[in-house]
Design a protein around this ligand. Structure first.
Ligand code: TNX
Length: 544
């Protein structure tokens, strides 16, 4: 271990009032470091010694081969070449160029590949082991060649490639080179198909631009699902044309009484398209039948007593329920799901189902048994918080586990029926839990979640009696009772999101806390260069 490793976090240079996160933007200047792994030891004749290493990638790849002493140099003359005839590959090439142009200042023209020179993105010739989402990356002094079977795979490979360039490549402003990529190869593919992040835009509303910013950051770590929690007691955030008051009234406030807001259908489509351009599928959630005060406040007829409650700006859960016995409830849900399905290209609609403490058990079952077929009627599959398993949704449904023990017999029974599971254990994956007793933001009902807690568990063996084959993947939810802007989102999400991303992507054989912490340290300057004010956990040997 290099002697400059330290166990204390770098001190914050953040403005007053932002002390909670120990912001580390200041670390950037000092962050241009030689890799800790010692792979690259001598300068190459062709290029300067790379600052980055194939051993530092997050999430850890399946197979890495280093070729010490060799490197590729990105220069003003470098071109990006993509699979001839593929618009998708070209778009990934344009995305890569968009990442590299601001800091390098190079033109990096994107054109069809004729020969593998410069940086070449191909949909042919990949090792079959890469599967549908993986990639193969070869870096020689002559070229960087990225191969995959799909554009998803190329996109993931691009995320690896950017980590092989110096950290300052992430800067939004022009930096001085050299821009050297260490020589070697990567063969990579994900452990799980679902690598999710959830953002609660209901407790506090976040603008389209704030959500896009989050999308860009999660995409860098190969997250491929964005679950948007679009409706809760405190706010309804999506325009529904057949029930306009949901957004206009139900979206008009948030926790603490702020102005709230909602996405027009056009804005939501824009968000979905933006996420798709980062190879991320949006999974929209309308939480039902509880967590519905904003809807109940918007339409008196949805209440059993016909009286609309006031809007709610507190943070209690479990006090609201749609009226299970009224037919109009199902007309309402049908309309909402129809409109949402039409706006959402992804396969899944999330119908919530959690913490329905104000709904009796028989009513809950009645409700779910009416609503599950509505999801199917609109051409989608249902996903829900694990409580919805009480209604025994059919094979094809996905349950999202948010418990904290892993002991959940109903999950094992559901898995045996063909239900698959996304894991979001609250004491591991909840990004809104405080890191420790000094964290100002966040909650602590599931305990403190330090970086090591977020990393040190095995999704494949977490749920008692559930085989890894029933696990679709992992998801890190970010609830926003205490969070109001991108800076606060980032302090809670980073660096823990990287832990969950790695659990979702990397083979179990790479799991090692010390190794992860070292690789995470190398991500610090990258996050900082992107302007992400991450929490400098004392568990991570940040280098500065
Ligand atoms: C539980 S876990 C909730 C949310 C809260 C969150 C706060 C789950 C499905 N529901 O309503 O926002 O805790 O951590």
């Amino acid at each position: 271990m290099p002697s400059q490793l330290r166990s204390a976090p770098p001190r914050s240079s953040s403005p007053a009032g932002r002390s909670r996160g120990a912001g580390v933007r200041s670390a950037l200047a000092a962050a241009v470091l030689v890799a800790a792994t010692g792979v690259v030891t001598s300068a190459t004749p062709a290029a300067a010694t790379p600052e980055s290493s194939l051993q530092q990638i997050v999430p850890a790849p399946v197979e890495v081969t280093t070729r010490p002493g060799t490197a590729f140099a990105l220069t003003a003359a470098t071109e990006i070449r993509t699979q001839p005839g593929s618009a998708e590959a070209r778009r990934v090439g344009e995305y890569l160029a968009g990442l590299l142009r601001p800091s390098t200042g190079y033109r990096l023209p994107v054109q069809p590949a004729r020969s593998p020179r410069g940086i070449t993105l191909l949909l042919t010739g990949a090792d079959p082991r890469v599967g549908e989402q993986g990639y193969q990356l070869d870096v020689t002094p002559a070229a960087v060649v990225l191969r995959a079977r799909t554009a998803d795979g190329l996109f993931s490979g691009v995320q690896t490639l950017r980590q092989l360039l110096p950290a300052k490549v992430e800067s939004p402003t022009r930096q001085r080179g050299p821009w050297t990529v260490p020589g070697g190869s990567v063969l990579d593919h994900p452990r799980f198909g679902h690598r999710g992040a959830m953002l609660d835009v209901a407790r506090h509303f976040f603008s389209v631009d704030e959500v896009k910013r989050y999308v860009d950051q999660i995409a860098a770590y190969k997250i491929n699902r964005l679950h948007l929690h679009l409706a809760d007691d405190q706010g309804w955030r999506i325009e529904i044309k057949s029930w306009p008051n949901l957004a206009v009234h139900g979206g008009s406030t948030e926790v603490g009484g702020g102005p709230g807001g909602y996405y027009t259908q056009e804005q939501y489509r824009e968000l979905v398209a933006y996420a798709a351009s980062r190879h991320i599928t949006v999974v929209p959630e309308i939480d039902l039948p509880g967590h519905t005060n904003a809807a109940l406040s918007s339409y008196p007829e949805l209440n059993c007593d016909g009286v609309a409650p006031p809007l709610y700006t507190g943070t209690e859960v479990g006090f609201s329920s749609l009226c299970i016995g009224k037919e109009i409830t199902y007309t309402f849900v049908d309309d909402v799901l129809r409109e949402l399905a039409a706006l959402t290209p992804g396969e899944y609609l999330h119908i919530g189902g959690d913490e329905a403490h104000a709904t009796t058990e028989p009513d809950y079952l009645t409700f779910m048994n009416r609503v599950l077929p509505l999801v199917a009627k609109h051409g989608k599959k249902a996903t829900g918080w694990h409580e919805f398993l009480k209604a025994e949704p059919g094979a094809g449904a996905v349950a999202q586990y948010w418990g904290t023990t892993g002991a959940a017999p109903e999950l094992a029974a559901a898995a045996a029926r063909g239900t698959t599971i996304v894991l979001s254990p609250a004491n591991r994956a909840y990004l809104d839990m405080k890191y420790d007793e000094n964290t100002e933001l966040g909650l602590s009902w599931a305990g403190y979640v330090e970086v090591r807690d977020a990393y040190d568990w095995n999704p494949g063996a977490y749920l008692e009696g559930v085989p890894e084959s029933a696990i679709r993947g992992v998801e890190a939810p970010l609830w926003t009772e205490t969070l109001t802007n991108s800076d606060e989102i980032e302090q809670m999400a980073f660096p823990r999101l990287l832990a969950v991303a790695e659990l979702g992507w990397s083979p179990a054989s790479t799991h090692d806390w010390t190794g992860f912490a070292t690789r995470l340290a190398a991500q610090g300057p990258r996050l900082a260069a992107r302007g992400v004010d991450y929490y400098a956990s004392p568990q991570v040997p940040w280098r500065n």
